[in-house]
Write a protein that binds this ligand. Sequence first.
Ligand code: ACO
Length: 331
Amino acid sequence: MNKNMQNVKIIGTGSYVPENVLTNNDLEKMVDTNDEWIIARTGIKERRIAKDNETTSDISSKAALRALENAKLNPEQLELIIVATNSPDMIFPATACLVQDKIEAINAATFDLQAGCTGFVYGMITAWQFIVSGFYNNALVIGGETLSKFVDWTDRNTCVLFGDGAGAVVLKANKTEGILSGHLKGDGSGADLIKIPAGASKNPTSHETIKQRLHYVKMKGNGVFKYAVKYMKRSTISALEKCNISATDVDCFIPHQANMRIIEVVAKVLGIKKDKVFINLDKYGNTSAASVAIALDEAVRQGKIQNGDIVVLTAFGAGLTSGSIVIKWVK
Ligand code: ACO
């Protein structure tokens, strides 16, 4: 327990994406779609796809080890591991336990967190509270997905959107600034907009659920689009207001990488200039809970985030959920 440290900062980031690249041209051979449509409607050019024997815990562990190396922390020093995922290795045990074993973080507590694509932001805010309260001194938060295993590769409405990957951060108690504020929201009235209908208690697996292809992602894209714009805007404003920072003071805006059009509209309504917005969805598509985590790691490694910068992470996703974090970047 560490009761004196009230602030929390990110001391390391890491990410990993599978080697296998699936381009829009590849998808043209699988479903009735084309490169122009996908780029115009989403901004996505290609995505990474995990191998058959490559799991969420495998790629999450690789991202985790990179974050730990960057943080100069040994796995056995870790006190908490949270894995945000919608595509766990199994319904149970938690993927976080499998990651803990793979990276040999023998002293860490472990749990999974499921909050759609907002999962990593939920995970960071949860870990932040554990450290602020003095319960833990450090935590590893991972967003990891192999959603390609839950995507219907005959459904052009969804299969062009998603990709696999993992990103991670190490958080640690800190005497000066770091995470400044956060905001989280849930809205279960929109639960039907994006879901995997079968394979759990509502529709246990049966011949019928398999025949009806109910084990795959089902999405009403237009409904999600409207929700995404409204709630990412509201969540970002709420988090910024809590720490008295104006959107025009944001140095690096890292939104959930679902759709270029959503990102552009959100940045515009917030008044955040294009050159402050970090984008990598053209390379990876929507990696769900991993998206913000991968983008944050790439922004750091590309030198897009400097000491003292105000960084905002924001996401929305299945649930429905939304959330944002404001960080003053301190090395
Ligand atoms: N290729 C070609 N045509 C397509 C494709 C495709 N891959 N997919 C759909 N179409 C067609 C549709 O059938 C439709 O044809 P019709 O007019 O003849 O019926 C037409 O394109 C337009 O379809 P819309 O759904 O209206 O297209 P829209 O502009 O809304 O774009 C999209 C669809 C990209 C899915 C958009 O709605 C979107 O990005 N929504 C948000 C989705 C999202 O962010 N999901 C992630 C949720 S986060 C989580 O928790 C996992």
